[in-house]
Design a protein around this ligand. Structure first.
Ligand SMILES: [Zn+2]
Length: 207
């Protein structure tokens, strides 16, 4: 992975400066991909668009903030923006509060809900714990499914995965088997198998 410049943005709420590292080039070598769509790629770090301001703790869409400059990532001894701080990752409570308070368009709501879904699933993903869904997760997944159903371009795979995680296996299977047999990818076959087994947990796709 080759780092790009660190971009300095000004928070639209408090005018505090936020550091946002970028990547000049990366690849998906050694990546782990999960059934909820999350990918962990050591050579291609995640670049979240919705982050928390490190100064006022507001949720901000980082690329919509005013860009005030760029700096080389290794330039640490003479920081040109000494008050700048790295952005913070939102927590579950941050996403839930933000979604409840904000009137987001469908694209932004979709983005925030997918991130919240991944964050909830991290407890199962990395610890292999078989935790049942909480009420907040069910609410999030149901809202996400509604957003996907309203979007004619959304793929059956994502909807089927949500239905599977909600334990609605028959509906997940109906969606997956509606895909013509010649178009069923390995991912589709993997989800079919999990749904037939009655397995509702996020899983890593095999190589
Ligand atoms: Zn701020």
């Amino acid at each position: 992975m080759v780092p790009g410049p660190t971009v300095i943005y000004e928070c639209g709420h408090c005018s505090g400066l936020i550091e946002y590292p970028t990547i000049a080039s990366g690849n998906t070598f050694g990546a782990r991909v999960w059934t909820d769509g999350k990918m962990d790629a050591p050579m291609l770090p995640d670049m979240p668009l919705l982050v928390k301001c490190p100064h006022c703790r507001s949720m901000v869409w980082i690329t919509e903030q005013k860009e005030v400059g760029k700096m080389r990532p290794w330039l640490v001894d003479r920081h040109p923006y000494p008050s700048a701080r790295p952005y913070e990752e939102p927590t579950v409570d941050d996403y839930v509060g933000y979604l409840a308070e904000s009137d987001l368009n469908a694209d932004k709501e979709f983005y925030a809900r997918v991130r919240l879904w991944w964050l909830f699933n991290d407890g199962r993903r990395y610890a292999s714990r078989r935790l049942p869904l909480t009420a907040r997760e069910i609410e999030n997944l149901t809202a996400l499914l509604d957003l996907m159903n309203d979007d004619a371009t959304s793929e059956p795979l994502g909807k089927a995965e949500i239905l599977r995680e909600l334990g609605r296996f028959d509906e997940a299977l109906a969606l997956l088997t509606s895909i013509p047999e010649s178009e069923r990818s390995k991912a589709v076959l993997f989800l079919v198998n999990l749904a037939r087994l009655g397995d509702p947990y996020v899983r890593e796709y095999p190589d």
